[in-house]
Write a protein that binds this ligand. Sequence first.
Ligand SMILES: [Zn+2]
Length: 552
Amino acid sequence: MSKNIKTWDGSKQLFGLHYDLHANARDTELGVCATPENLEHELARLGLDFAQTDCKGHPGMTSWFSKTPDATVCPGLKKDLMVQWREATSRLGIPLHCHYSGIWDAAAAKRRPEWAVVPYEQRDTLLKDAGKIQKMCPRSGYIDELLIPQFKELIDRYNVDGFWIDGDMWAVEPCYCPRCLDSWEKQTGSRDAPASPADSGWSEWMLFIRRSFEDYVRHYCDVVHEYKPGIRICSNWLQTFANPGNPDVPTDWISGDNSCIWGLDRGRCEARFLPNRGKQWDIMIWAFYSTHGLARPTSAWTVKSAQMLQQEAAIFMSTGGSVQIYENGVMRDGRLIPWRIGRIVEVAEFIKDRIELCEGTETIPQIAVLHSEHHLYTTATGTNLMWDFNYAPVRGSVAGLLENHYGVDIFDEWALSTRVGEFPVVVVPEQSKISDKMVARLQDYVKNGGKLLLTGAELIKRFPADFIGAEISETRENATLYVPVGKDIAAIHSPVWAMLKSSTAEDYAPLGSTFMPGEFMTGFPGFTLNRVGKGAVGCIPCNLFQDFHNNP
Ligand SMILES: [Zn+2]
């Protein structure tokens, strides 16, 4: 008998299970052994607050018998998996979300090539054959003719409680179709869009691609929220550390599946950024990993130890986040494997034992690191909205400050502008393209008693000489210089070094040209400190944190 489904009140930290299997053309027995009894028995062991299950993966095939025109039901589907999961989760009284691949839909590209992204070489046309292209254009009919109708179908037929949209922000590819070029022309006055990162205007083009994607998410959120108020929607990685700036796209929570390896390092920045987004959030932890290349046949997937999973979970719980564990469909017949679920039970117990202690956690303001949206989006080096940006200075500064046992929060400009006064120290790591407004805000912050650390020659140039108490007398490019550290000397490489000549600032850490102390000195400081108003500003005139990230 079904219980009433629990609802999220938005303030609790939760524990969930995510399950997906990316149904594909090789499947022959999908779902034959998935029964509500098997699923209920295994899920009950976990004491879940919610579950997410497979619905449609990147191949674009559904693991349920979708009736939406243009749906591609997996030919190997033998039993409707949504029916089984809905029945099991209803019996347990827990919400059920669908794992649905959004932008990435290989089957839709094959079936309706005019929906697919258009590469530069075929610009201003619609494709008649998508070939190897599997990604959807965010302005195409895909959204209103397949994605949203399937969401409505899942709500109507299975009474699902939410959607976790995968293959979304990280799967976006620049699209040069007539729909997208019309919009680009309207915005810029020109139909010419850059072809590659080597062309001028690439970062502006990638920002346009980002905004196009955000409009697509906004659209499906608005339609589905209106169709069924209370339904919860999340777009994987949207509004996370990889997407700073005002989180105004109306998703209901923030989530991302953490790297399957080195998750602890990747998670560090998310755990310190997501609490400052003003939304409920979770991080999904893969229960398994592949150490020498994702899914390479020579590097078999291995289940993580309970301790590995607990360590990762602890990072997110301790800063107020929820956690879900990702188990995938290793048995294509849909069975959950009892010993693997048993491993996750150990994590569930660890979380449940501590969750009360973590709930409502807030950091004690110590150091705020600025992760500027205005800067980040000017650093596009490729075509991917997630990976092809330079996060190294922020990651390096957070790692360095944590190693020195400081408490660190990460803020974008949107969040820092209202909270900067709470923090005794603000660090701006090589964010040379911060907004003029933030440059002014940080000067006020110092005058009112704040301590500001600026790193990077290009960033220092953004501030008036009388504020930093020094002038740049010369620069050195692609140089390694040597800085005293206690009794030792450290070598730092930077694409640009500023040689600072102080007026009112105090000089520290004389820069040398070799490891030999006191000889071959440059005559310039490695650090300056200027007292301004009630506060102070320190400058390190090189890309210290980028170097620390690259050469820890
Ligand atoms: Zn397009």
